[in-house]
Design a protein around this ligand. Structure first.
Ligand code: AMP
Length: 414
């Protein structure tokens, strides 16, 4: 029986990996500019971390998490998102004493969702977390960072912004929202009815057409914010205005996870047809404490790399992987030996080169040179090995120029 890859878990083949390198290169560059440093945490954590940190009432933990018993000893989970593990590491290594910490991560996440375009069971996220400052300036800086990254990638996005309140104002709002939703439960879809008790904020997020009239009439959290949350939101919007970052206030933008407070934001793109979220973030001032750390404010986002790769493809920003500078073709056995020797010399000098170890027909070897995207080709045989002279063929223009093999590195550097 043929064994295939697991449903919803994708291979990224060499022909497509250039887009991934491009987004990761630019992300690292931007993170450096904004003072975010990389953290790497394991893909496997105790399942309890996510139950507590993400919330048992969320679909992510409740329905979609890959949980397994490790040889009957402990309950582990493949991480469904990056924040909980990052916070766990932050607490475990006592990092709160170091003041403000700005971290980023890049890596695979796992959710057992129904696979569809842009939604997978193993997917990848690039995320940022800033710990230790509750000031709106951190929110502004982080949102501006993400806007900067998208602009460098050439991706046009819409930024939606909201406040989800805090412990002072959200409980009363949730009570009034629940009351309203219960009163209109008959007009809501099954998922929404199910969420009224468990996660009423998420109901606001429902995209089902028949739910929209009820949701449009729902009480707005923006109208129920306490003074502290209002001031915070006002400072975030005026900070973004000052930096020229465009946004739209969206009172129905909520985050699916329980630990968010105040600022919630989302970057969406319509490059894929309908609007889809590429990155979502928000403040989570209660999370570090919930996971057993010192009370520490925090704010973070996660960007979906598969979505971004699809967008980069759709807008034609797909840099081809850079091929080798030169490809050696061998005309005979002496040429094959010379090719290996010359390739080794060039590689030591930091010049990428390749050869066809199978030898054989020139035509086949030229095909291979083109397949790997080589810039130049050099045919080597006994004569070239003896004289140290060969022809340098430009594979794009087909032009041929004589070259001394000892000068090859210098010529290629030009
Ligand atoms: P979340 O962690 O759910 O806030 O998602 C943040 C971003 O990750 C989303 O905007 C998507 O771009 C991406 N994302 C979330 N879930 C998936 C998935 N199952 N497959 C691919 N991308 C995803």
């Amino acid at each position: 029986m043929k064994i295939t890859g697991v449903k919803g878990m994708n291979d990224i083949l060499p022909a497509a990996v250039g887009r991934w390198h491009e987004m990761e290169r630019l992300a690292r560059e931007v993170f450096h500019l904004y003072g975010y440093r990389e953290v790497r945490t394991p893909a496997v954590e105790h399942a309890a971390l996510f139950a507590r940190g993400v919330g048992e009432a969320t679909d992510i933990v409740n329905k979609e998490m890959y949980v397994f018993e490790d040889k009957g000893e402990e309950l582990l989970a493949l991480r469904p998102e990056g924040t909980a593990g990052t916070v766990r590491a932050f607490i475990e290594h006592g990092c709160h004493v170091e003041g403000l910490q700005k971290w980023f991560y890049i890596g695979p996440m796992f959710r057992r969702e129904r696979p569809q375009k842009g939604r997978y069971r193993q997917f990848h996220q690039i995320g940022c977390e800033a710990f230790g400052a509750g000031q709106p300036a951190v929110d502004v800086e982080q949102i501006a960072l993400l806007a900067d990254l998208f602009s460098r990638l050439g991706v046009t996005t819409d930024l939606k912004l909201n406040s989800v309140g805090d412990a002072a104002c959200r409980p009363a709002y949730l009570a009034s929202l629940k009351g309203y939703l219960q009163g209109h439960a008959g007009a809501l879809c099954a998922d929404c009815r199910d969420r009224i008790e468990r996660n009423p904020l998420r109901v606001l997020d429902c995209k089902v057409e028949s739910c929209q009239p009820v949701l449009q009439g729902a009480p707005r959290l923006l109208d129920a914010l306490c003074q502290g949350c209002k001031d915070h939101l006002g400072a975030v919007t005026s900070g973004l205005d000052a930096l020229g970052v465009a946004y739209r206030l969206d009172p129905r933008l909520v985050r699916g996870l329980d630990y968010y407070t105040r600022t919630a934001y989302e970057f969406a793109s319509d490059a894929l047809g309908s609007q889809s979220a590429v990155a979502g973030g928000g403040r989570y001032d209660g999370l570090v404490e919930t996971l057993g750390g010192q009370p520490t404010p925090g704010i973070g986002f996660a960007l979906g790399q598969e979505r971004l790769a699809l967008i980069l493809e759709a807008i034609g920003r797909a840099p081809p992987e850079q091929g080798p500078a030169v490809f050696f073709l061998s005309a005979d056995e002496a040429g094959a030996k010379e090719a290996l020797r010359r390739a080794s010399q060039l590689r030591k000098l930091g010049i990428a080169c390749d050869l066809d170890p199978r030898g054989g027909k020139m035509k086949t070897q030229f095909k291979q040179a083109e397949r790997v995207g080589a810039r130049y080709a050099v045919v080597l045989g006994g004569n070239e090995a003896a004289s140290g002279e060969a022809k340098l063929k430009d594979l794009a223009t087909r032009e041929e120029l004589p070259v001394r093999l000892d000068d090859l590195a210098e010529r290629l550097r030009e």
